[in-house]
Design a protein around this ligand. Structure first.
Ligand code: C2E
Ligand code: CA
Ligand code: CA
Ligand code: CA
Length: 274
């Protein structure tokens, strides 16, 4: 091919076409997967540092594509957000999570992740409460994980809806704390039940003084404000020891348990990691 501008653009265009076509195909397939109930869940246990028992498990969405194989939620969650499918997807996640957790020992809570887009319509609290009522799941056993990114738009409306959830007895957790658009002023406006320290700090804890200082500061803040502090992404025994010695109240990560199927949550809760 000639190295003229036109040729270059043609190649570029056809590549872009291929990417877009693939994206559209994936979108169609995701739509079908949701309609057919093919989104499933795994649950990753969260351990109490006090006695190393399992206190909750986080529902993580899974899509095992028939030909492409497992697709990461880092791919299909943003796709669902882009093409207006996130409401339906997360409605299914919540429903499945409640049904699964009803089979667990009754002291174990279930956590679900919430897309920031869910707060746009204003109807989230009533939809969540409807699901709790129809499944018979106790609100006190439900935790909703929200990320800081959700708090940059429409702050007042978002806080109102978080208040409504909390007034109903649902626990609200601040996920991925410390990355993105962190603002300490959120704590003046809303009482989170727990903060989850992002795993980028947890990962560095035994190598970096800075990461250690940040975790220490979050732990102190949690104590003062009476919020639990969860360290996520704990991958080694050493991290586990350091983080529990530093005063994190809860730990989660591959070292303690990978995400597992619902039945294994019950089974694991009968064992003790210590
Ligand atoms: P997240 O909420 O921060 O969830 C934790 C992610 O870290 C999960 O990835 C989990 O499998 C992984 N993880 C847990 N322990 C470790 C560890 O020790 N080391 C490492 N390297 N990773 C660990 P997963 O399941 O791929 O989910 C990725 C993200 O997708 C989640 O991050 C969450 O933001 C999103 N996601 C999953 N399900 C849902 C959902 O139903 N709704 C929404 N909005 N987002 C979801
Ligand atoms: Ca989460
Ligand atoms: Ca997280
Ligand atoms: Ca994350």
């Amino acid at each position: 091919a000639k190295a003229d501008g036109r040729g270059t653009y043609c190649v570029f265009d056809s590549r872009m076409d291929a990417v877009l076509k693939d994206q559209r195909e994936l979108e169609t397939e995701l739509r079908e997967a949701i309609a057919n109930g093919e989104i499933s869940l795994e649950f990753q246990p969260v351990y109490s540092v006090e006695d190393w028992s399992i206190v909750s498990a986080e529902a993580l969405a899974r899509w095992n594509h028939p030909t492409r194989g497992p697709i990461s939620p880092e791919t299909f969650i943003p796709l669902a957000e882009e093409c207006g499918l996130i409401g339906e997807l997360e409605a299914q996640v919540l429903q499945q999570a409640c049904e699964a957790a009803l089979q667990w020992p009754s002291h174990i809570c279930v956590a679900v992740n919430l897309s920031p887009l869910q707060f746009h319509s204003g109807s989230l609290p009533s939809r969540v409460i409807d699901t709790l009522e129809s499944t018979g799941f106790p609100p006190e056993r439900l935790q909703m994980e929200v990320t800081e990114s959700l708090l940059i738009q429409d702050v007042d409306r978002t806080f109102e809806q978080l208040e409504a959830l909390r007034a109903h007895g649902i626990q609200v957790l601040l996920d991925d704390f410390g990355v993105g658009y962190s603002s300490l002023s959120y704590f003046q406006r809303f009482t989170f039940d727990r903060v989850k320290i992002d795993r980028s700090f947890v990962n560095e804890i035994d190598r970096s003084h800075t990461a250690k200082a940040i975790v220490e500061a979050i732990v102190r803040l949690g104590r003062k404000l009476q919020m639990g502090v969860v360290a996520e992404g704990v991958e080694t025994e050493e991290q586990m020891h350091v983080l529990s010695a530093m005063g994190c109240t809860h730990l989660q990560g591959y070292f303690l348990s990978r995400p597992v199927n619902s039945k294994l949550v019950s089974r694991a809760s009968l064992q003790n990691v210590a």
